[in-house]
Design a protein around this ligand. Sequence first.
Ligand SMILES: [Zn+2]
Length: 85
Amino acid sequence: MMVEFFGAPGPMELLIIGVICLLPLAAVAVVLVVAYAGRSSRVGNPNLRPCPDCHLVVSIRAATCPRCGCPLSPPPGGRELGAGG
Ligand SMILES: [Zn+2]
């Protein structure tokens, strides 16, 4: 007398297997959404950017960081086509 557990699964088995398979994916999705939301909310203004040295949020027009004096690259949008010169 053998228990045919691996026979044709019923709808309940399929539902349970589906939930078990989807739970980790849902958890990962939640973590990614929370991480992305927290990261994007830190610098929401497109005119601001964090200093690469001290991570102070400064204006993109600032040539240097007002806190640590780290030189900041000019804002994108200028002429960057002269890469060969
Ligand atoms: Zn700085």
